[in-house]
Write a protein that binds this ligand. Structure first.
Ligand code: KG4
Ligand code: ZN
Length: 336
């Protein structure tokens, strides 16, 4: 494929409407992101019906902005890549329907992309990283340790048996009255807290060395808060945030390093919204030491964006995959 091959990425799986133009699979020419947070935050989480409506209102403008920022027109595009799952089905349908309309009108190929694969591919953007490497994928819906053997070739070595890491951040933030989305707010509050103030252990799953379980820590935080309130004792929100974050990060880093040693990889990569967490980045670099290189996508490409979808779509297309007008949206979609 030519080096100047242009992919338009479209992402509408949750509460961000995004469109991006990527050249040659890795060079980000534009990455327009319209965040819906202000419409959802008063409800303490994403309202699926509102998400679909906002995507519908925004999609044409966001695609237009992505093209303008990249300095290209519709006719210059070579491929349309769109997230087709997993995610909120009504939200996904907006992106999928728009992408199908565009592909049909322009007579350009279309490719459906798995959102989680997109997060992994964010590591290739603006970088020369090549497989194999180990990837910790931590988002609002997923916590997986994935061995990326090659482009599109994965082996899952560990996963959460209950809540995802991002979900634990969001639920704990809500319990602390910090707001939505919880991850960045806990990250910020934790900077002023003592991470050794409270011991919140993360359970290890018996017999499953590399799995995670995050539902227990959420309950432990709730119990702690209830006990303090019953006894009329003060709660130092920053200390709870820092102690919670430390427990989650310790579990993520520990299992990731174990997996990296098993596979004897050179590089560990981070992907998904929780990869934006400052403590996770800092701790992984510290504990990887000289044994492993650590790779992060740029901050804006850790959370949901269309550049990562364009990148994953490009490599799938290069591998010979094709979608057509039968492409549909899927609330659940296995990558692995
Ligand atoms: O990947 P993403 O944008 O959407 C999903 O595919 O789920 O991830 C969103 C998740 C949310 O749970 C959010 O709280 C979390 O990523 N997140 C963070 C941080 N920034 C976003 N979690 C911890 N620390 C952060 N700085
Ligand atoms: Zn995501």
């Amino acid at each position: 494929m030519a080096e100047d091959f242009l992919t338009l990425g479209i992402e509408t799986s949750c509460d961000e409407t995004s469109a991006a133009v990527v050249r040659g699979g890795r060079k980000v020419l534009s990455n327009a992101i319209f965040s819906q947070i202000k419409w959802h935050e008063k409800f303490g989480g994403v309202v699926p019906e509102i998400a679909s409506r906002k995507h519908l209102e925004a999609i044409c403008h966001v695609v237009q902005k992505a093209l303008e920022d990249a300095g290209v027109g519709f006719r210059d595009l070579d491929l349309v890549a769109v997230t087709c799952g997993p995610g909120l089905v009504g939200a996904l349908l907006v992106g999928v329907s728009y992408a199908k309309g565009l592909s049909y009108t322009l007579k350009k190929p279309i490719i459906g992309v798995n959102h989680i694969e997109g997060h992994i591919f964010a590591n290739f953007l603006e970088s020369d990283l090549e497989p194999p490497f180990l990837c910790l994928v931590v988002s609002g819906g997923h916590s997986h340790i994935v061995y990326v053997r090659d482009y599109g070739k994965y082996e899952v070595m560990g996963r959460t048996v209950d809540d995802a890491a991002g979900e634990a951040f969001d639920k704990t933030a809500r319990a602390l009255g910090l707001g939505y989305p919880g991850g960045p707010l806990i990250d910020r509050a934790a900077r002023c807290g003592n991470e050794n103030a409270i011991s919140f252990p993360v359970a290890h799953v018996r017999g499953e060395d590399l799995s995670f379980s995050f539902s227990g820590i959420k309950s432990a935080v709730l119990n702690y808060l209830n006990q303090r309130r019953q006894k009329n004792l003060q709660v130092v929100v920053e200390d709870v945030a820092a102690s919670f974050q430390k427990a989650v990060v310790d579990a993520l880093v520990e299992n990731t390093l174990k997996a990296a040693h098993i596979k004897k990889v050179e590089t560990i990569a981070l992907a998904g919204g929780v990869a934006a967490n400052s403590k996770l980045r800092e701790e992984l670099v510290k504990r990887a030491g000289k044994d492993f290189k650590v790779h992060f996508p740029p901050m804006v490409m850790c959370t949901d964006n269309a550049a990562m979808i364009a990148c994953a779509g490009y490599y799938r297309y290069k591998d010979g995959f094709r979608s057509d007008m039968a492409l549909n949206a899927h609330a659940t979609l296995n990558l692995f």
